[in-house]
Design a protein around this ligand. Structure first.
Ligand code: PLP
Length: 365
């Protein structure tokens, strides 16, 4: 591929010396679970996000499951989730032994609204689980108002939203509970699996610290049925290095997105990403829509340009959820046929973006 969808080794090469130093520090420390490196990352990430607490866990899925449990979600409760998302959002609810209930996102922005969640409430609804999909912030203040009015739990899936803002406030900085993934391909990615939860709620933070560690706050004393889901010091050390570069990397994503938005305006039937008022995206993904998606994708592939579809099969169409959601979800199924993610990342240049723009324009010419 002349322009791959994403090349993870570029980030490693750029930071190789800093990463070597961080890994050497962990090797000589003698701490291989927990310890100072994990605590330092938790404190640095909480500060960066603007939250009081950060609890490191093993991955983004566990961050979702444990957050719902820490907020008291019970077996049989219903959790409202977007119908278009990575399946982990739904699995977080299912693994908390609750039932994910899909709500279609807004057609233009791809994120759920407080109004659509309000319309979908049933007497069994216990929690709202919006996703800042593709890096586009959902309306956290409106969702929080809905949750407060109805006595519901609010947990945000922020796995794609590191650095996205709403009214100048970073996602994670609204005092709510947000879950993070540091899967290698995310805006902040580890060299393996890693995740975290940020929250301002002292009690939720205390539950989470025990839940991730065998239900224990004192060695060999177990207060609740916990999990083994810990962020390890190797990944914490890597994440501390990358966190120092995240603002610069997000700025490069933003610049590429501006190139795309200018260069692709008014081309064919192409629909460009739209943001809610007052929002900035983390530009985790740059997702366009067209009725000729598969042909465009094949054309770009032939030109050596890598693309992906987020997501080709929505969760309610997966065998894992077979029969669970018979109601039609027309917008979501249409999105699965029409969305296409163009290459975007901190190591793509303006020249690369120009080549992608030219290739897309040639397709529609
Ligand atoms: C990546 C992702 C997750 C899951 O993260 P893992 O670390 O892979 O478990 C959850 N939700 C969304 C929206 C994601 O993109």
């Amino acid at each position: 591929m002349a322009i791959p969808f994403l090349s993870l080794s570029d980030a490693t090469s750029e930071l190789r010396a800093e990463l070597d130093e961080a890994l050497a520090r962990v090797l000589s420390s003698g701490w291989y679970i927990g310890g100072p490196e994990v605590e330092a990352f938790e404190s640095e990430f909480a500060t960066w996000v603007g939250a009081r607490h950060c609890i490191g866990v093993a991955n983004g899925l566990d961050a979702l499951t444990l957050s719902l449990l820490a907020h008291g979600v019970q077996p049989g409760d219903e959790v409202l989730v977007p119908s278009n998302t990575f399946i982990a959002t739904w699995l977080g609810a299912s693994h908390a032994r609750a039932t994910p209930r899909p709500v279609e996102p807004d057609f233009a922005t791809h994120v759920v609204t407080a109004e659509s969640f309000a319309r979908a409430l049933t007497p069994a609804t216990r929690a709202l689980l919006p996703v800042h999909l593709y890096g586009v912030p959902a309306d956290v203040p409106a969702l929080r108002q809905l949750a407060d009015e109805r006595g519901l739990v609010l947990v945000e899936d922020a796995a794609q939203a590191h650095g996205a803002t709403l009214g100048g406030t970073r996602i994670g900085g609204f005092g709510t509970t947000a879950t993070w993934s540091f899967y290698p391909g995310k805006n902040l990615g580890a060299l393996g699996d890693a995740g975290a939860i940020t929250t301002d709620d002292d009690e939720v933070a205390s539950w989470l610290r025990r839940l991730r560690n065998y239900g224990s706050s004192e060695k060999y004393v177990h207060e609740l049925l916990g999990f083994n889901s810990r962020l390890d010091p190797v990944q914490a050390a890597v994440l501390r290095v990358k966190l120092r570069h995240l603002d610069a990397w997000n700025a490069r994503r933003q610049a590429l997105a501006q190139h795309y938005l200018q260069g692709l305006r008014g081309v064919g039937d192409l629909q460009l990403p739209e943001l809610p008022p007052g929002a900035t995206s983390s530009w985790h993904l740059f997702v366009v829509r067209t009725a000729r998606r598969d042909a465009l994708r094949a054309h770009l592939d032939a030109a050596g340009i890598g693309t992906l579809v987020h997501y080709p099969i929505p969760p309610h169409r997966q065998q894992a959820y077979a029969g669970a959601h018979p109601e039609p979800l027309a917008d979501t199924e249409r999105a699965a046929q029409e969305v296409l993610s163009l290459p975007i990342g901190p190591h793509l240049t303006a020249d690369h973006a120009g080549q992608v723009i030219d290739a897309v324009r040639r397709f529609f010419a």
